[in-house]
Write a protein that binds this ligand. Sequence first.
Ligand code: KG4
Ligand code: ZN
Length: 337
Amino acid sequence: MNNNSQSIILGIESSCDDTAAAVLINGKIRSNHIASQEVHAQFGGVVPEWASRKHQQNIIPVVDLALKNAGVDISELDAIACTQGPGLLGSLLVGHTFAKGLSLALNKPLINVNHIEAHIWSHFIEDEKPEFPFLCLLVSGGHTQIVKITDYGQSEIIGTTLDDAVGEAFDKAGKMFGLPYPAGPEIDKLAQKGDPNKFSFSTSSVGDLDFSFSGLKTSVLYFLQAQKKVDPDFVEKNSFDLCASLQHTIVSYLMSKLMKAVEQTGIKQIGIAGGVAANSALRSALESYAAEIDAQAFIPKFEYCTDNAAMIAKAGEIKWAKNELGTLRDICYARND
Ligand code: KG4
Ligand code: ZN
């Protein structure tokens, strides 16, 4: 292992619709900036072509801002860590090509980071870190997995979604409720005022630690179609209860799988990561469960749940310590497989 504890690493993230840059100095995050893209809201989802165009406009200003606020001159950087995949190819290319250019110009190492793994390493940004083995429920717009982490850079996916990701289920159901994209945060907000047991939606019972969300989407669709026949204003009149019931269904389903994983592995260092880990009901469900079984719960700060570059810089530091460096020949990948 290299000892890179005395180092300045620039992290760059551009896998979807957020352009982000962060600076990690001697293991601590000193700046963390995100340029979000409002343009997608009107389309109800991310439009890949718009995303890459906006990344192109945002990448230099966001990197400049991260360097400035960390008090670092570009020449002082020791390494550049960048998301290599998975994600939207055009989006990834903007950040990755920029990082390659910087690495070449400064003659400093390029570190390729897997976006999904980085969500997990977000738990290692703060001083209070999980011990190994660590169990992480990774819940984002693109992924839903239960991952067992046994050491730095050593992990095994022990459960995964067979179809949609949980964030997508939030966003698609939210669209049916007439909410703007991304609907997850909005559902969380509206759910605070609703009854979680008012409506029931069905989840698919797939094997063991795996997940399925396509049945839930269909269940919401058919339920709303039936209700609207009786009352065309059903959604508007019941938005709080709809959001609370959907959120309750999803959180209970996620927690049931996580609990099963804890029982099977006996691991009591448990965390959540990814955009959906910002969900208030999921955060409190994990805390209550951990208290009940005398386990330690790890819940990242909000800014480290949704896509960010701090987690990329941290993951880069871990990979650099293992001497896992990238080259200018490396290409981006859209999917994990
Ligand atoms: O990790 P992330 O920022 O991007 C991906 O890697 O996919 O996750 C984005 C997802 C979106 O589906 C968004 O609706 C969801 O995270 N999300 C939430 C909340 N905040 C973000 N879902 C439920 N409750 C939230 N508070
Ligand atoms: Zn993500």
